[in-house]
Design a binder for this molecule. Structure first.
Ligand SMILES: CC(C)(COP(=O)(O)OP(=O)(O)OC[C@H]1O[C@@H](n2cnc3c(N)ncnc32)[C@H](O)[C@@H]1OP(=O)(O)O)[C@@H](O)C(=O)NCCC(=O)NCCS
Length: 150
């Protein structure tokens, strides 16, 4: 992801989340945050997936991640997530962490498929509807399995 991608990234983010990020947040991640690893998934030159992850010491933290609604259920998310995790593991990461809405079953199924497990709940975490966040860890990443999705 680069600054040139911002318009498409913002559009995809708005189509995917009830609490999208402001443009300034993506700009900060691309330009300033040294922990940040920002990716886009491309199909025929079009941005169909976005990912911002933070590599903090040994932890790969998924900050935001979405696939264009038109292109879902084609394996794009699992490839983008696997890429992000493999990149993080090859750069000193040893485990993964994320928070996901309790009712977001597509995302929770995806994370479980790639090895994440539920480790706790943050009550009333999301500002728009008070939904709980489920915290998920990837303690023992299986790099061979992750690479099979690339
Ligand atoms: C979650 C999301 C990224 C999945 O993207 P996708 O490209 O459609 O996912 P994939 O096609 O790669 O699916 C991979 C796996 O995810 C799970 N999955 C994806 N969509 C699912 C659905 N609607 N219902 C159940 N499981 C689903 C399945 O385990 C699937 O594996 P399978 O095809 O073998 O069943 C997408 O739905 C999205 O952008 N949602 C809105 C934003 C969001 O919730 N981001 C995550 C925030 S934590």
């Amino acid at each position: 992801m680069t600054l040139k991608d911002l318009d498409e990234v913002i559009q995809l983010d708005h189509a995917s989340f009830s609490l999208p990020w402001p443009e300034s947040s993506f700009r900060f991640e691309i330009e300033k945050n040294e922990c940040s690893r920002c990716w886009v998934a491309l199909l025929d030159q079009r941005i169909v997936g976005i990912m911002v992850a933070w590599l903090i010491v040994d932890e790969i933290h998924i900050a935001t991640f979405a696939v264009d609604p038109v292109y879902r259920r084609q394996g794009i998310a699992q490839r983008l997530l696997a890429h992000t995790l493999v990149d993080g593991l090859n750069s000193g990461g040893e485990k993964g962490f994320l928070e996901v809405r309790e009712g977001n079953l597509p995302a929770r199924c995806l994370y479980e498929k790639l090895g994440f497990v539920d480790v706790g709940i943050r009550k009333n975490y999301y500002k728009d509807n008070g939904e709980n966040a489920v915290m998920m860890n990837l303690e023992h990443p299986n790099i061979d399995m992750l690479e099979s999705f690339l």
